[in-house]
Design a protein around this ligand. Structure first.
Ligand SMILES: Nc1ncnc2c1ncn2[C@@H]1O[C@H](COP(=O)(O)OP(=O)(O)OP(=O)(O)O)[C@@H](O)[C@H]1O
Ligand SMILES: [Mg+2]
Length: 286
């Protein structure tokens, strides 16, 4: 066998081993095996292409994923979120790959031999949450990141697509400064119009960006100014107006705190109150 073919075979065998490893025991009893918040949610593993040396990630849904998905959807329901995690693996792979390919055409992604796993190129960079929380980061860099992320969501919406869960952990700021959105396994209720889906995305992103800061004013902006910055950068008036008119701000938030990557529960309640105040003032103004 040629060296190239051997490397290719080893690459695919390694993926099979990783998928097989994500069995009941490792996912349930060994937390370190899993770099996500729930120990039976998706497992992300790195695989290196022996030939090119390029790093890829395998995103695996372990055997207990279905249970995780059901609990996650129950929590979404309690939090009055009109979005649901896709439980069917075929549908999940279809949406995840379709979105990765259309939004990030320069990033390799594809199917594996396993219906509970997909492959995606490892993007060199860090999730937006980590960048925004970085100590000693200059204000300009922080503002620039917020602006880029909000513009990035507008780019998705301009293509008449939506994200489903645009939080600061699902957005990677690459080392070269580009923004990449990942994790497309959430769909909104099918009865929602595209405008409603976009407005829901904008609501989630606004709260998630606010939630990346420990306290109001931490970055030298009041929450009102921060919301202004996010909405100005996002730009699409129709969606902004729909969001502000119909925002659904449930105060029952245990799940939303995790889902939207809030630094803490107190910040969640502070951000929700300030967003509600912002909406009230906006309604009085128009
Ligand atoms: N292509 C990628 N390049 C670099 N890092 C990635 C990539 N895909 C995922 N990651 C990292 O892995 C983390 C988890 O990935 P992802 O968001 O797709 O799954 P998840 O949040 O575990 O899904 P779930 O909603 O099931 O919990 C991301 O927050 C990010 O840190
Ligand atoms: Mg994620």
């Amino acid at each position: 066998m040629k060296e190239k073919d051997r490397a290719k075979k080893a690459f695919w065998e390694e993926i099979t081993d990783l998928v097989d490893e994500s069995n009941f025991e490792t996912t349930f009893f060994n937390k370190e095996e899993n770099n996500t918040y729930g120990h039976f949610s998706s497992v992300i593993k790195e695989v290196k292409d022996g030939k090119t040396g390029r790093s890829h990630l395998v995103k695996i849904r372990p055997p207990l994923f279905y249970l995780n998905g059901l609990l996650s959807n129950l929590s979404r329901f309690i939090s009055s979120t009109s979005s649901r995690k896709i439980l069917d693996n075929d549908r999940w792979r279809e949406r995840e790959l379709e979105y990765l390919e259309s939004l990030n055409p320069n990033i390799e992604s594809g199917l594996t031999d396993h219906d509970n796993a997909i492959l995606v190129e490892n993007i060199d960079g860090r999730v937006a949450y980590d960048i925004l929380r970085e100590e000693n980061l200059e204000w300009e860099k922080r503002f620039k990141t917020i602006i880029q992320i909000a513009e990035g969501l507008a780019d998705i919406h301009e293509k008449d697509l939506y994200h489903g869960e645009p939080n600061t952990q699902n957005c990677i700021v690459a080392d070269d400064g580009e923004i990449y959105w990942i994790d497309f396994e959430i769909e909104y209720h099918e009865d929602l119009s595209l405008l409603e889906k976009k407005a829901n995305d904008l609501e989630q992103l606004t709260l998630s960006l606010m939630g990346a800061f420990e306290d109001e004013g931490e970055i030298g902006l009041t929450d009102e100014e921060l919301i202004d910055l996010i909405l100005d950068s996002y730009g699409d008036e129709e969606t902004i107006s729909h969001f502000l008119h119909h925002a659904n701000i449930p105060l029952i938030g245990p799940y939303r705190i995790v889902q939207l990557s809030f630094t803490s529960a107190p910040r969640f309640y502070q951000a929700q109150m300030n967003l509600m105040r912002y909406i009230n003032d906006w309604e009085l103004d128009i």
